[in-house]
Each structure stands twice: as structure tokens, then as C-alpha cells.
Design a protein around this ligand. Structure first.
Ligand code: SF4
Length: 335
């Protein structure tokens, strides 16, 4: 591991100042992903800015929203009463991710910023545009069973082809995307807010970047606005083994129901794209409808029309469609 300078700021502003003029500086909190990357030589920060002592560990309900500090541990968030009662979809997604030991170390901010688990990214001997831009993508003609089925336009209609076909690994972020969460960011120009849908990037350009964070910017909190989805939401994760595995496909489904009809709906998928994949048309397609398997099947098949398989992952298209139907049925409470 390359030697680095270890810094421990006392305030958010001090941390941002330390990072802003040092492109090779990186923040560290739980370290559950970054330490692995450093040991393998994939990340080599010249300065490691330990943010664990910053006052970003609160979960509080303010006005119309739940505000969650970036240093809240995944395990604490999954068990918090306000999350269980107001946003159970988020708790379900958190408990589907990683292992108990990792959830006890991993923070909310780190979960947002974790890097892909594409095996080519972790092997310095193999080509990877994300690790070394312009090197090529080993997965494109290689082992791509777990990779994306939605890209930036899939190269259709003149839209630029994706230079990285890896998927975003987080479960939490899929639920946060469905819940239209806001990410609160502090940087050299002060505080700004970004919707989850705009936080992570697609990979047509600069595949080395996973997010739209600017130089020195630090995630300080997320905010989930109150909604009426608590009674009818479900996170479904399909994976190769029952625990401690990343999603082949995951679905965060949330419905607002009244009088036997759907009045609002949100859905996002994991394991299918370079970022959590949000379906914007689903609320229009479901609004005012009586829930049924037939309706959900039609919606799922419509949503999968833009999918495109690699050589090894055609199974994901059917799997994602079936997972959407199953998650919507469970959310709606129909068998
Ligand atoms: Fe690298 Fe992305 Fe290709 Fe994987 S899919 S080898 S992370 S460029």
C-alpha cells in the first residue's frame, strides 16, 4: 500500500478545505470498501481524511422529512423506529445488503459512494475503463453474467455507447431512488442538494466517475420526505446465494393505495444499470388502477422493452420482469 498522510478534521468545513485542493485526497468513514481498494492498489490517496469525528450521526424527523446523517451506520438506520414506521422500504433494503458485520461498520455516506464489484475493476492485470480510462472494458467480451441490461440509451438511436457495463452495487440506493431521496452535500461553495436520480452517473463519458460530486465535496446527510407508501412497499433482492451476495436484480416497489385502487406508485431496480434504475412511467401506468397480476405483468414487460442483454445475462431480462411483478404483488398485498 502506498504511504499516505492521515488527517482528522474537527468540522465539516475543515474537512472540505483539506480535500478541495488535493485531487488525490479521499474521505474515509467505515472504510469497508476503500480499505480493500487501497490494499489492492486500486485507490492510492495521498491524504486520507478521517471524517468519523464529524457531527453527522443523527437521525431526526424535522417538519415533513427524515434527515439521516452521513455517518449513521447501516445497522443503526435499519433498526431505527422512525425508519421502520415511516420508511420500511429503506429498512428492508438495508437488511438485504452486505453482512451484519459490514452493516455495523458501513455508513450511509459510504453506502452511497461504494464502488462497483465488477471483478475486472479489482484485477490490476485486466483492462478496465473505470480503473484506467481508455484501457478498454474487459467485461464487454468477457465474463458479464452479472452486468447491466440498461445503459445510456443502449447505443440505440445515435446515443453514445456506454464505456462501462458494470452495475451499481448498493441495495440502499435502490430504495432511496424509489423514495425520491435528496442528498445533502457540503463543498467549497457551501451546501447544495441533489436528488438521488442525479447523484449517480451513467457511463457514456468518464466511466471512472460514479457520482456527480465535485472536488472536495462531502455528503453530509440524506433526506426522505414523508410519503404514504409505508403500508404498501416491498424490497425484493434476487441473488445467487441467500446472504452476503450482491443483487442479480433487485426491486424497490412502493404503492399508495386507497379503496382497493392504486393512487401513486414508485419503482426502482438494482443490478441492472450503472446507477439505480428508476422507472418514471410506472406511476402513470398504475395510478387509479385496481391491482392485479395481469396489470403488473403488463407494466413490467413494458418497462423491460429498453433492456439489452450482454452475451451472458439475457436471463436478467426475464428475471427482472418477474421480480417486478412479485415485488408489486407483495406491496399491493395480493397473492
Ligand atoms: Fe471496468 Fe466497467 Fe468494464 Fe467492469 S464493466 S471492466 S468496471 S469498465
Amino acid at each position: 500500500m502506498k504511504p499516505f498522510q492521515y488527517l482528522r478534521p474537527k468540522t465539516v468545513q475543515e474537512a472540505v478545505t483539506m480535500a478541495t485542493d488535493n485531487p488525490e485526497a479521499q474521505y474515509i468513514a467505515g472504510g469497508t470498501n476503500l480499505v480493500d481498494l487501497m490494499k489492492r492498489g486500486i485507490a492510492s490517496p495521498s491524504k486520507l481524511i478521517d471524517i468519523n469525528h464529524l457531527p453527522l450521526k443523527k437521525i431526526e424527523h424535522r417538519y415533513d422529512r427524515l434527515r439521516i446523517g452521513a455517518l449513521v451506520l447501516n445497522s443503526d438506520l435499519a433498526q431505527h423506529k422512525a425508519v421502520l414506521t415511516r420508511q420500511p422500504l429503506l429498512a428492508q433494503a438495508l437488511l438485504a445488503g452486505a453482512s451484519g458485520q459490514l452493516r455495523n461498520m458501513a455508513t450511509v455516506g459510504g453506502n452511497l459512494l461504494q464502488r462497483t464489484r465488477c471483478s475486472y475493476f479489482y484485477d490490476l492485470a485486466l483492462p478496465c475503463n473505470k480503473r484506467k480510462p481508455g484501457a478498454g472494458c474487459g467485461a464487454e467480451e468477457g465474463i458479464n453474467r452479472t452486468h447491466a441490461i440498461f445503459f445510456a440509451g443502449n447505443g440505440f438511436g445515435g446515443i453514445e455507447k456506454s464505456s462501462c457495463i458494470a452495475v451499481h452495487p448498493s441495495d440502499m440506493c435502490v430504495a432511496l431512488t424509489a423514495l425520491e431521496t435528496t442528498v445533502v452535500i457540503n463543498g467549497p461553495d457551501g451546501e447544495r442538494r441533489v436528488m438521488m436520480k442525479d447523484f449517480h452517473r451513467l457511463s457514456t463519458q468518464q466511466p471512472e466517475l460514479d457520482t456527480n460530486l465535485g472536488p472536495g465535496e462531502l455528503v453530509t446527510a440524506i433526506e426522505v420526505v414523508d410519503n404514504a407508501f409505508a403500508k404498501h412497499s416491498h424490497y425484493l433482492k434476487v441473488r445467487d446465494r441467500a446472504s452476503y451476495a450482491f443483487a442479480l436484480v433487485s426491486v424497490a416497489a412502493a404503492l399508495q393505495m386507497d379503496g382497493g385502487r392504486i393512487w401513486d406508485a414508485r419503482m426502482a431496480l438494482g443490478g441492472v444499470a450503472h446507477k439505480p434504475w428508476r422507472y418514471w412511467s410506472i406511476d402513470l401506468m398504475l395510478r387509479g388502477q385496481v391491482p392485479s397480476e395481469k396489470l403488473f405483468r403488463e407494466v413490467a414487460e413494458h418497462e423491460m422493452e429498453g433492456a439489452k442483454a450482454t452475451a451472458q445475462n439475457a436471463f436478467k431480462i426475464k428475471l427482472a420482469s418477474n421480480a417486478m411483478v412479485a415485488a408489486l404483488k407483495t406491496a399491493a398485498g395480493i397473492s
